[in-house]
Ligand binder design. Structure first.
Ligand code: GRF
Length: 191
């Protein structure tokens, strides 16, 4: 049985699109996309892919609790078992995380615990690392601190520019995220 998942994004949505394209092989059904802001390209991708989407704009809620409750209502309505963060820029509350314990995954564009935060690719590049990569982890109450599920290393050559490095990281993400999701599903089925 395919596991129903929701993807949460705030930007371009290339990981979202990749997950949709590899859904069957991964063992998931992407029931929908939630974005926390208007006008992002991920919405366009959902339209083109024919995937349901909801814009839950943080700004239109009086509190974080109401914003999160709206997302919970949608996630329950779509009957999703897993929540896949893919460039989602809102920090989730401990209450939300507890509700979906070990069922929220995130992809981060560095080899954690190095280069946490919103600019993992740029920070690693400017630091001058020779190896970086991407990490899929469970989401806990910290930022990019949850238990690591899988990592994929990416080497930098002297010829790499920020742009070519970024492209290498994204390609690594496209193979790692589906693989890590499969691993999590297998673990949950063995239990
Ligand atoms: C990815 O690099 C991901 O690791 C990070 O945000 C980026 C999202 O890219 N968390 P996209 O919106 O999936 O294209």
């Amino acid at each position: 049985m395919l596991k129903r998942v929701v993807v949460l994004a705030s930007g371009g949505g290339s990981n979202f699109e990749n997950l949709v394209n590899k859904a069957d092989k991964t063992g998931i059904k992407v029931a929908g996309l939630i974005v926390d802001r208007k006008g992002v390209y991920a919405i366009k991708r959902a339209e083109l892919l024919g995937i349901p989407f909801k814009i839950v704009s943080k700004k239109s809620f009086a509190s974080k609790a109401e914003f999160e409750q709206k997302m919970i209502d949608i996630i329950e309505d779509w009957r999703c078992e897993y929540i896949l963060l893919a460039g989602f820029m809102s920090i989730l509350s401990p209450k939300f995380i507890k509700l979906y314990e070990r069922r929220i995954l995130n992809i981060h564009p560095s080899l954690l615990p190095a280069f946490k935060g919103a600019h993992g690719i740029r920070d690693a590049f400017h630091y001058g690392v020779k190896i970086s990569g991407t990490t899929v982890h469970y989401v806990d109450n910290g930022v990019d601190t949850g238990e690591i599920i899988m990592q994929h290393a990416v080497e930098l050559s002297d010829k790499d520019t920020l742009q070519t490095f970024e492209e290498k990281i994204h390609q690594a993400e496209y193979s790692l995220y589906p693989e890590a999701i499969q691993k999590v599903i297998n673990i949950s089925e063995e239990q």
